[in-house]
Design a binder for this molecule. Structure first.
Ligand code: SAH
Ligand code: SF4
Length: 364
């Protein structure tokens, strides 16, 4: 059954001080930043440690519940700060257990995060957004159809994780930046949020994946940063003509530039890349594409993750290939010595799967 979807409306949502200055969120601040903050409020430095525990470990949002902070300090905090600025506009649970959170931001915009359970490994992962909408405009992606609205702040990125972890009551050990937006076009906030998630929320760097459509200069920056995370690259085609037809970004950074950047990334970090490849029937799923992909990736340390197209509406003309075509493609690429996996689709009935995030909720 095709999900009947409706857009979420955008009322303004900001909490402010009496002088109309918005309350500043604490989530997203490092321990040092919290130390500076408590010192500025004339409180001893150890209060920063307590505050840090409350917001990142106990995930408490109400200052009144922070029982080991004295009343005068709680009052000072309440006047100027809030723990986080997101509210949940809607939460939907898919038949497969995947949960989609629609978060309303202070300016009324909405973004999604998706909580997924991986039975084989018994682990939870959350898919985070880094922007509202996306400027890259890949032809097969619902987020691209929204256009670019704005970057998310460090706080807005971090809070998605902290909220989902607390709300679900699960230990969410893995983070994938595969929600709305092109993470590498919000690079500084992405990297700062990643450090906070690692150091304050204690998510292992090795459990974090950044997915990019191929923003070449930022791939070099990320290589220089030398973080132990996984870089996933949305390649989606083995030649410029096919890639350009579905990903306009290929006009700016062609394969002649992208591929050397990927080789540089691997040789600098010694990390294995994930190559993502969407399968669109009749567009990029033919045996010749599979052979070309195998050849293009020769000598590159990577795994290949095939993503059969998830429908985003009837009007875009793309179709998911048949099961046979998908397995034929997988088998051919494997002959080039690559480990090839098929992405299991999740939350399709509530439009929570890859490429379907466009601020919509299913009408019941
Ligand atoms: N902006 C990042 C993260 C996007 S979502 C990027 O483009 O890499 C993660 C993956 O889903 C990307 O590989 C993206 O190309 C893919 N995707 C987008 N739309 C899709 C759709 N309709 N069906 C299947 N995968 C899709
Ligand atoms: Fe943006 Fe990624 Fe969607 Fe392309 S696939 S439009 S880069 S979110």
């Amino acid at each position: 059954m095709t999900a009947l979807l409706q857009p979420v409306l955008n009322p303004i949502n900001a909490l402010t001080q009496p002088n109309n200055v918005p309350l500043e969120p604490l989530l997203g601040k490092s321990m040092e930043a919290l130390r500076a903050l408590v010192t500025a409020l004339d409180e001893p430095a150890f209060r920063a440690q307590q505050l840090h525990q409350w917001i990142y470990v106990h995930c408490v949002r109400d200052f009144e519940q922070m029982t080991n902070l004295k009343k005068t300090f709680r009052d000072k905090l309440t006047e100027r700060y809030q723990v986080g600025s997101l509210t949940v506009a809607e939460k939907q649970v898919s038949q497969d257990g995947t949960t989609k959170y629609l978060f309303r931001l202070p300016d009324g915009q909405v973004v999604e995060s998706v909580l997924m359970y991986f039975e084989e490994r018994g682990t939870y992962a959350v898919c985070l957004s880094t922007q509202v909408g996306c400027a890259v405009n890949c032809d097969f992606c619902a987020t691209g159809k929204l256009g670019f609205k704005r970057n998310l702040s460090v706080s807005e990125i971090v809070e998605q994780y902290v909220y989902v972890q607390a709300d679900s009551g699960k230990e969410v050990r893995n983070i994938v930046y595969m929600g709305q937006g092109e993470p590498m076009l919000n690079y500084d906030n992405l990297i700062e949020a990643t450090h906070i998630l690692n150091q304050s929320a204690e998510v292992g760097m090795r459990h974090i994946t950044i997915s990019t459509s191929g923003i070449v200069p930022r791939i070099y920056d990320l290589a220089a940063a030398d973080l132990q995370l996984t870089l996933a690259v949305s390649l989606h085609a083995p030649d410029n003509a096919t890639r350009e037809a579905i990903m306009p970004i290929n006009r700016k950074w062609r394969l002649e530039e992208l591929m050397p950047a990927l080789h540089h990334y691997v040789s600098t970090t010694n990390k294995r890349l994930t190559i993502e490849y969407i399968l669109l029937a009749g567009v990029n799923d033919q045996p010749s594409h599979a052979h070309d992909l195998g050849k293009l990736l020769q000598g590159l340390k990577c795994n290949v993750n095939l993503i059969p197209y998830n429908p985003i509406g009837d009007s875009y003309g793309y179709k998911r290939p048949s099961g046979n075509a998908i397995h034929r493609f997988k088998d051919i690429v494997s002959t080039y010595g690559k480990k090839v996996t098929l992405r299991v689709e999740r939350g399709v009935d509530i439009a929570a799967a890859c490429g379907q995030l466009a601020n919509q909720v299913q009408v019941r």
